[in-house]
Write a protein that binds this ligand. Structure first.
Ligand code: PLP
Length: 349
């Protein structure tokens, strides 16, 4: 399949034909000497942010490329993964014609974006063990199937999917396969980034919102072939990642040890919580986790949710999702927050 992969056949014709907007900073960027910039109608008085940001975020991409062992041409940055995912829809999915495939219970944004973009969402439920049923996914494919969304580690189930199943889907799916790795830094499984060059239809998305502790700055990362990235670059808003975000992200990306240390602490707390949950009578099932949260099945999710709220602890009910009756999703907090949670759980009856 991959040997006959033809990207331009997947791109919407209006996008193929599009002449992208060219910003002032795109047109004049490679300069040696000090220049006077009178080209973008900016306010000339320096305050740190009076100039438009680099539309290609070159410094940040360079740091990420070195760290992740990819080329800068393999990276697109966005205003959170949500913008990245939306760009993928708009580049490849023809409204009212094409379809995507998702594997619920999973991240809600894929479905929401499919509705916004008027693209059919073909859902293939995960199995009881929250692994994908590859043969059922294959059955749903037709000539209009453009994107398969795989969230691994998956939200809200917390597990990573088996690598051999993911690989089968990448090989068999004729369109693009997006692997959403928002939680990869909490998992022992290897990132699919290492396989980018093996599969021309693979897109890996990551984010600074979870392990990197920067949900507030909104930075999503898309890794794919240079050809796919070029298509997305064509349609992205010129200044989609603001200057403050680029600066903050850069500091954090360079602080490898700091990020690792926090991930380690979160994983330690996760173990403590998992042990405590095993002893709680109303917790009926603790699902395996590769993420910074756990999904548990309880006797009565509405009751337990409310009891926790009364003790000042907010969790997320996931019961409305398929296969998730009576479940709560609990994020791993600090040691103090975790203690408070465990004390509360022990007091509830
Ligand atoms: C939290 C999360 C994201 C992050 O989205 P951002 O827009 O980058 O904050 C992406 N995918 C999944 C599955 C998530 O749970």
């Amino acid at each position: 399949m991959s040997s006959i992969f033809n990207l331009s056949a997947l791109v919407r014709t209006n996008v193929l034909r599009l002449k992208p907007y060219s910003s002032a900073r795109d047109e004049f960027k490679d300069f040696e000497q000090e220049m006077v910039f009178l080209d973008a109608n900016e306010n000339p008085f320096e305050n740190g942010v009076n100039r438009y940001p680099d539309p290609q975020q070159r410094a940040l991409k360079k740091a990420l490329a070195e760290q992740k062992d990819v080329l800068t041409e393999n990276i697109l940055l966005g205003n959170g993964s949500d913008e990245v995912l939306d760009l993928i829809f708009r580049a490849f999915c023809e409204p009212k014609t094409d379809n995507i495939i998702t594997l619920p219970p999973t991240y809600g944004m894929y479905g929401v974006l499919s509705e916004i973009n008027a693209v059919e969402n073909r859902e293939v439920l995960l199995l009881e063990n929250f692994q994908p049923e590859v043969s059922e996914v294959i059955k749903k494919i037709d000539t209009q199937s453009k994107i398969l969304f795989i969230c691994s580690p998956n939200n809200p189930t917390a597990n990573a999917f088996d690598a051999d199943k993911i690989e089968k889907m990448i090989v068999r799916f004729p369109g693009l396969v997006v692997i959403d790795e928002a939680y990869i830094d909490f998992s022992e499984k290897e990132s699919w980034l290492a396989r980018l060059n093996d599969f021309p239809n693979l897109i890996v998305t990551q984010t600074l919102s979870k392990a990197y502790g920067m949900a507030g700055i909104r930075l999503g990362i898309c890794y794919a072939s240079a050809e796919i990235i070029a298509v997305l670059n064509k349609i992205k808003p010129p200044y989609n990642v603001n200057k403050l975000t680029q600066i903050k992200a850069m500091e954090r990306v360079l602080d490898v040890a700091g990020v690792q240390q926090e991930v380690k602490r979160i994983l330690q707390e996760r173990n403590i919580l998992l042990e405590a949950l095993k002893k709680i009578e109303f917790v009926k099932k603790i699902y395996p986790t590769d993420a910074n949260f756990v999904l548990i099945r309880v006797d009565d999710s509405a009751k337990r949710y409310t009891q926790l709220l009364e003790k000042g602890i907010v969790t997320r009910i996931r019961s409305s999702q398929p296969l998730c009756q009576n479940t709560l999703r609990i994020t791993i907090g600090t040691s103090a927050e975790n203690k408070k949670l465990i004390t509360a759980l022990n007091q509830m009856n």
